[in-house]
Design a binder for this molecule. Structure first.
Ligand SMILES: [Zn+2]
Length: 373
């Protein structure tokens, strides 16, 4: 068994996921390395921040530089110099979020135009299995249909049907040695469709299971409600992955509802827009009020940025479009969400997650009321 739950606290769990490139303590936040790089950072820096697993994007790596090229150079770990665990998505989310590029969707898979050169391309369960086998990731994700929240019930139902059919095909396809494969449940926030999807995916016996098709346009409240009743329906003894959440409130919300793994570009993307995630809320470092601010981005943070540099310095770098400014903000934002997640894990082990979460949400809410960024 590749996953062990080591502690529970309410619906929340702490555990260990064993992969071919090392163990992952859960709950775990996975920084996103879309194109074989977590933007602006090198692997040693990621490790130093406390990241144990990162995510790579099948869609982008398939087209640039090409998964066969990556395989020829020894696989994604060697190619990007990261020896720890890697999860690759299936590429389905990119295809279905670039809806204008879709040519056809059917039982065999999806055809679409590549965003790189407009050429027609096809993702089938077998091809995304092959691409992820070439990349050699530790965890491969199933191809799924991810409709926007505003889709009709009929569209959600068809997404559930195709996602299950594709999952069965992908499970039978060859994989890299030691590679785990996770299924994905769809169904939006519709209780009947979501339950059906979870039952069908769980019955296939994947190494882990994901809730897909949430955080795609529904309200926060609807999303949390759905996670609260859907997460416990996923197999207890397998890891549960929530795709696409990375803000502090969202991370705490899915952890307390029983999610073990999550990813999002938010911390790194926010950094590149010049903003810091802090206990005082989101700080826009371009703001003139930081011009003479000698304090670190966050007083409680022990990241390489906060231990050496002032808000005034980071603001100067960001306003002058110096590359170091984006790097310093990326280092800080990732440490902020990794520390928040590690703190939640420790709280679960000590049976005090409710207190930890309430305290954290209180601090963040006070910041939202009192601080203008
Ligand atoms: Zn920091």
């Amino acid at each position: 068994m590749s996953f062990t739950v080591t502690a529970t606290d309410g619906a929340a769990r702490a555990g260990i996921l064993r992969t071919a490139h090392g163990d992952v303590a859960t709950p775990a936040f996975m920084p996103v390395g879309t194109k074989a790089t977590v933007k602006t950072l090198d692997p040693d820096e990621l490790r130093g921040l406390g990241a144990s697993i990162i995510l790579g994007n099948t869609y982008h790596l398939h087209f640039r530089p090409g998964d066969e090229l990556v395989a020829e150079l020894g696989g994604l770990h060697r190619f990007m110099g990261w020896e720890g665990p890697i999860l690759t998505d299936s590429g389905g989310f990119q295809v279905f979020s670039l809806r204008d590029t879709i040519l056809a969707v059917g039982d065999e898979g999806v055809t679409f135009r590549s965003v790189y050169d407009g050429a027609a391309a096809a993702f089938t369960p077998e091809t995304v299995a092959r691409i992820q086998a070439n990349l050699g990731s530790d965890i491969a994700m199933c191809l799924d249909v991810c409709p926007p929240a505003a889709s009709t019930r009929a569209e959600h139902e068809e997404a559930v049907r195709l996602t299950s059919a594709w999952a069965a095909l992908q499970l039978a396809a060859p994989r890299a040695p030691g590679q785990l494969v996770f299924g994905i449940a769809q169904g939006g926030t519709d209780p009947e469709l979501r339950r059906r999807s979870i039952e069908e995916i769980a019955a296939l016996g994947f190494d882990g299971n994901a809730l897909g098709g949430l955080a795609v346009g529904e309200s926060r409240e609807e999303m949390f409600d759905a996670v609260a009743w859907a997460a416990p329906l996923l197999p207890l003894e397998r890891p549960r992955y929530f795709m696409g959440i990375g803000d502090p409130e969202g991370i705490l919300g899915v952890i307390e509802r029983g999610i073990d793994m999550f990813d999002c570009v938010l911390p790194t993307r926010t950094a590149r827009t010049g903003s810091a995630l802090t206990w005082e809320g989101r700080l826009n470092l371009r703001n003139a009020r930081f011009a003479r601010d000698p304090r670190p981005l966050d007083e409680d943070c022990s990241c390489p940025t906060c231990t050496r540099f002032s808000r005034a310095y980071v603001r100067h770098l960001v306003n002058q479009e110096e590359i170091l400014g984006l790097r310093l903000l990326t280092l800080h934002n990732l440490r902020f969400v990794l520390d928040l997640t590690a703190g939640a894990r420790a709280a679960i082990e000590q049976g005090r997650l409710a207190t930890y979460t309430a305290h954290a949400l209180d601090r963040l809410a006070n910041a939202a009321r009192g601080v203008i960024s």
